[in-house]
Design a protein around this ligand. Structure first.
Ligand code: GAP
Length: 556
């Protein structure tokens, strides 16, 4: 991950917001290449989701909407994260990301005698190489038998996952891809601290939202390590508040939208009345959303200002919603593959029924294998008729659809695929980044950093490189090609340095092709260029017509 963050900064993809002031946690800026990459992701989604479909129309609603929208949608009352404070360090954590485990010592009387333990200790002592004595002394059969039995006990205890009685205390750790391992390490330290003997048992980790009031007092703060420093979990509303107009009183309070979805529900009637749409149909929107995340982290994965691409697909109240839900899950998966994410990195996670919001019929997340763990990329939710009904009740305006066939009025149900542009961008950077050993023209091995971005989203599609910058005929031909390509594509002109180095610079930013204008171009018939392909590094000759045909096919 560090290498990807460094590349993103070095090559102008992503900067920390307000960096000269020390940065601003949870906010990011997209540099020259990042803004191109982001725009390409948005454009691909918009083209595939809206322009290339007959059943979906677009919308761009305002970021700040009437505060009643957020009351009706349930965000004012319920868009909260459980929050826990450390009273001593003043650190603040999301309770569902703070894990704890009770620690105990194996409750069964261990069948080893003290002598056995001493033998085991001696065995491990003997395995240690001493000064100048590397040879390991073979343990006796008896010792091996005892060690094996001890290991079996240890494994059984590790699997037990429950600690009966008081135990020796609690350990806590913040959620990472190795939370369980971190808790175990802390449990080992605790065992040593309290001087306990026997086999360590670490109960199954739970998150802080599951802590009983008695446990809250016993769980150590991750910041101080002391029990009693943490508060109970409290609800914290994640919407950013602002005031609209000159007064800053309760009546002027409004919110930066935490999702784009509500725009589609609130404008449902407007679109039906003006858009010549018939069920089933969708309304799609791309735009910024804002959430006062308690723990923004993993670079741009969870930030406070981010961009969403959401689509509300309205269906008949009696339609087979489960089938439609499945179809959208598959559509989203295929779309991610179409912009170059590898199938091996994608998986599906169906939210357990018990954890769904009461109105939700089902939610499936497309998960992506990021370097920091498998995490949600795209949520596809079946939301029933909840949102439209809420707005109908709160506004007093009917949100019904008149079905010509059945001559019936009803409130449509909805399937909602909702994804973050920034999360997709991070996924393509992570999946595309590679460092490899390659040979230069002289046969020397060197490192090349390459971003394997799909031509659909690569920030630069082609780099045009005149072999020499002081040869008028080469430069003239290169400039002419560059200007022609520029009318349709994002292209880059580079005449600085050795050709191999110029290729490397383009590899690092994910440019799929480099076109070199060389002496064959100007001296031989056919007006051909050297086309160098990023991933294979293969070089072929190509005419201008063939180059445009290649781009037409691959960049869509
Ligand atoms: N309208 C439904 C909705 O907003 P969500 O699961 O809260 O659902 C949808 O958000 C998507 O938006 C997520 O799957 C994720 O891709 C993106 N997203 C949510 N919170 C984010 C954050 N703090 N930073 C970056 N992306 C975020």
């Amino acid at each position: 991950m560090d290498a990807i963050v460094a590349l993103a900064k070095r090559r102008g993809f992503i900067f920390q917001s307000s960096e000269i002031y020390g940065g601003f946690n949870g906010f990011f800026d997209y540099g020259p290449l990042g803004s191109e990459l982001k725009k390409n992701i948005r454009d691909c989604w918009w083209n595939d989701m809206v322009r290339r479909r007959d059943d979906i129309v677009g919308l761009e609603s305002s970021i700040i909407m009437h505060p009643k929208v957020w009351e009706a949608s349930g965000h004012v009352a319920g868009f909260t994260d459980p929050l826990v404070d450390c009273k001593a360090s003043k650190m603040r954590y999301r309770a569902d990301q703070l894990f704890f485990a009770k620690v105990g010592i194996h409750p069964e009387p261990i069948e080893f005698t003290q002598a056995d333990e001493a033998t085991r200790a001696e065995y491990f002592e003997r395995l240690k190489p001493r000064d100048g004595r590397k040879k390991v002394v073979e343990p006796s059969a008896k010792v091996l038998e005892i060690v094996a039995a001890f290991r079996r006990e240890e494994e059984a205890a590790a699997r037990a996952e429950t600690v009966s009685g008081e135990g020796i205390g609690y350990v806590s750790a913040l959620e990472t891809e190795r939370t369980t391992a971190a808790l175990r390490e802390k449990a080992e330290l605790l065992k040593r601290k309290v001087g306990a003997r026997g086999i360590l048992v670490v109960a199954k980790p739970k998150d802080f939202t599951d802590a009983t009031p008695e446990e809250v007092a016993l769980i150590p703060s991750p910041a101080t390590g002391n029990p009693g420093d943490l508060t109970e979990a409290r609800s914290f509303n994640m919407m950013f508040q602002t005031n609209v107009g000159a007064m800053t009183d309760a009546a002027s309070v409004s919110y930066l939208r935490p999702e784009t979805a509500q725009g589609m529900f609130v404008d449902f009637k407007n679109v039906v009345d003006t858009g010549r749409v018939k069920l089933p149909f969708g309304i799609a929107q791309i735009g910024k959303s804002f959430r006062n995340e308690i723990t923004p982290r993993n670079f741009i994965f969870r930030s406070r200002e981010f961009e969403q691409m959401e689509m509300e697909y309205f269906i008949h109240e009696d339609a087979d919603w489960a089938k439609c839900h499945q179809e959208w899950i598959e559509w989203c998966r295929q779309w991610l593959l179409s912009i170059g994410l590898p199938e091996s990195h994608l998986s599906l996670y169906a939210h357990p029924k018990a954890k769904l919001a009461f109105y939700s019929k089902g939610t499936v997340d497309i998960m992506f294998k990021y370097p920091f763990g498998v995490q949600e990329l795209w949520g596809i939710a079946a939301r029933g008729d909840y949102d439209l009904k809420q707005h109908a009740t709160a506004s007093g305006k009917p949100m019904e659809y008149f079905d010509e066939l059945s001559k019936k009025k009803f409130v449509p149900h909805v399937i909602e695929p909702a994804v973050g542009v920034d999360r997709i961008l991070l996924a393509v950077l992570c999946a595309g980044y590679a460092e490899e050993d390659v040979k230069d023209e002289k046969g020397n091995v060197e490192k090349r950093t390459v971003l394997r971005l799909s031509p659909r989203i690569a920030p630069v599609k082609v780099a045009v490189l005149p072999l020499l910058k002081n040869k008028e005929t080469l430069v003239g031909r290169a400039r002419a090609l560059y200007q022609k390509l520029q009318r349709r594509y994002a292209v880059f002109y580079d005449d600085g340095g050795a050709i191999g180095r110029r290729y490397r610079r383009q590899d690092e930013i994910g440019t799929p092709w480099c076109v070199t204008i060389d002496f064959d171009t100007i001296e031989k018939p056919g007006d051909t260029f050297t086309l160098r392909e990023r991933d294979s590094m293969q070089q072929t000759r190509i005419t201008e017509t063939e180059l445009f045909a290649l781009l037409e096919e691959k960049v869509y």
